[in-house]
Write a protein that binds this ligand. Structure first.
Ligand code: NDP
Length: 475
């Protein structure tokens, strides 16, 4: 039995390494080879409107007390012109450019020059040099996993400055929020354009490039799978994780400091947002090695979607709750605050445990215990392009027996908790849950489409055994 399982495992590995000798097999990975009109229209829409959406949200907070409708009404009624709004928008400043350059340079230094030491003293933490998944060209990249260390060093320095050194005010991020937005945009566009040029002229691995012939699609979705400079500077890992996600918790701390400065206190809603999002960020860094195996790293190429998205969309729109609370310092009643905390912690628990169960199940090839029992699963098979049959397993017990993407459900519960912490006065802080619902539902459908083509009738057996996607009995 064990020998049989070993053989299957070896076949799985062999299959992974064999894939993508041909263009046809590469097509199973990552983004498309050919662009249909719907994808092109969506991409053009995002290229034009995503930067405007970010600007609109941040401007609404700065000029309209976080009302999303008032700017539109003003413009429609003719009370204001676009130029009025634009003229009141802070411009790029030397100070912001200096802060931002220092910030990014510091994160680059932490990323490339300090090998991980956290894994040497933190039991259970996986850091240091780790291998990523096999790329379409059959390359296995090595990554220096040192995000937790970068996060800890950055935050220790932040607190040291706030409590002892006072080199700068902890409100520095809020005070330069819009000038910093221009800097983030400059970096986002520069890195995306550089990645495109690099893909054409000096790719890290030419076999891992995809060209559709459509300029906009290639710019947006990326050409290179894993662009790198030198041996260790990996664009995807750095931009996905470092300037944006390390900054996420600092941005929230800066918003809390601003509340303190303006109102003489930090509200319980602000503390909740800081704590719940802080747990999510820490979880990301604690599990950075696991992150190497997620769709972002295993399937997406590096283009504007990741480059600009990580520099601008993530730090500016994922932190809207904290920004909102600077303008509306909501003090929640105890029952409301406890409800938000419980929802956030429960969501986090489900998110983490569901991901952990699948990870454990796949790592041990099902030889583990889930909720004290041997896991149940459906044996499934799939064919490679050369007609060889391979085997895998889809778990049908634990949280994976409740719904096919219960990890997304947990993520959505946590996201809803951040929004609920802001009370019910405005829609703006609820943007996050609306966005995450669209993102994760779309991702769920996209993933299931891929799994259905991969596993065929076995996927049908699996969906019959676990009929719901996100919410048992509903969807
Ligand atoms: P998943 O971790 O859910 O992985 C999906 C893959 O798992 C499938 O393609 C399939 O791969 C395998 N699989 C599916 N069902 C089973 C099963 N029953 N048993 C075993 N394996 C199965 O997807 P993601 O990488 O999208 O998500 C990772 C986490 O990241 C999620 O918790 C998500 O919430 C979070 N996330 C957060 C975002 C944010 O902006 N905050 C954005 C995106 C994700 P195979 O082909 O190997 O069978």
């Amino acid at each position: 039995m064990a020998a049989h399982q070993e053989k299957k495992l070896a076949e799985e590995r062999k299959h992974q390494n064999m894939q993508n000798d041909t263009k046809t097999s590469q097509g199973q990975w990552g983004r498309a080879w050919e662009v249909d009109w719907f994808s092109l229209a969506s991409i053009l829409f995002l290229l034009v409107f995503a930067p405007l959406i970010v600007y609109y949200f941040i401007m609404s907070c700065a000029q309209y007390q976080c009302s999303l409708t008032d700017p539109l009404l003003d413009l429609l009624k003719g009370d204001k012109h676009l130029s009025d709004i634009w003229n009141r928008t802070p411009r790029l400043t030397y100070r912001a450019a200096g802060i931002y350059s220092l910030w990014v340079a510091f994160q680059v230094v932490l990323y490339v020059s300090i090998p991980d030491f956290c894994h040497k003293f933190l039991p259970g933490y996986v850091g240091g040099v780790q291998e990523g998944a096999v790329t379409p060209a059959g390359v296995v990249n090595k990554y220096e996993i040192n995000g937790l260390q970068a996060w800890i060093i950055t935050h220790v320095l932040w607190f040291a400055n706030a409590s002892c050194f006072h080199f700068f005010s902890p409100t520095i991020i809020f005070d330069n929020w819009i000038p910093l937005l221009w800097c983030a945009n400059i970096l986002g566009y520069t890195v995306s354009t550089f990645a495109m040029i690099k893909g054409y002229f000096f790719p890290t691995n030419a076999k891992d490039c995809k060209f559709t012939g459509n300029f906009f699609y290639d710019y947006m979705m990326g050409i290179e799978f894993n662009p790198r400079i030198g041996k260790w500077f990996d664009f995807k890992l750095f931009f996905n994780g470092r300037p944006g996600i390390v900054a996420w918790t600092l941005i929230n701390l800066s918003f809390a400091a601003k509340q303190q400065e303006l109102y003489g206190e930090v509200t319980n809603s602000m503390i909740l947002v800081n704590v719940l999002q802080g747990i999510y960020v820490l979880d990301f860094f604690w599990n950075e090695a696991w992150y190497l195996k997620t769709i972002d790293i295993c399937h997406d190429h590096f283009g504007w979607y990741l480059g600009w998205g990580d520099c601008v969309w993530l730090p500016y729109l994922y932190t809207l709750q904290g920004l909102y609370l600077v303008y509306y310092p909501v003090q929640l009643c105890t029952a409301h605050a406890v409800g938000v905390l419980m929802l956030g912690l429960l969501g986090y628990y489900i998110f983490r445990m569901t991901n952990h169960q699948k990870d454990l199940f796949r790592r041990t090839n099902g030889n583990c215990r889930i909720w004290g029992k041997k896991p149940e699963y459906i044996e499934c098979s799939y064919m490679s392009v050369d007609g060889t049959k391979y085997y895998s397993k889809l778990m049908t017990s634990g949280f994976w027996g409740w719904a096919r993407h219960f990890n997304y459900t947990g993520d959505l519960m946590g996201s809803l908790a951040y929004c609920l912490a802001c009370g019910f006065e405005h829609i703006l802080p609820y943007f996050y849950i609306i966005y995450m619902t669209i993102l994760l539902t779309h991702r769920c459908i996209r993933d299931e489409h891929r799994c259905s083509s991969k596993y065929g009738k076995d996927w049908k057996h699996y969906t019959a055994a676990v009929p719901y996607r996100l919410l048992p009995g509903i969807f």
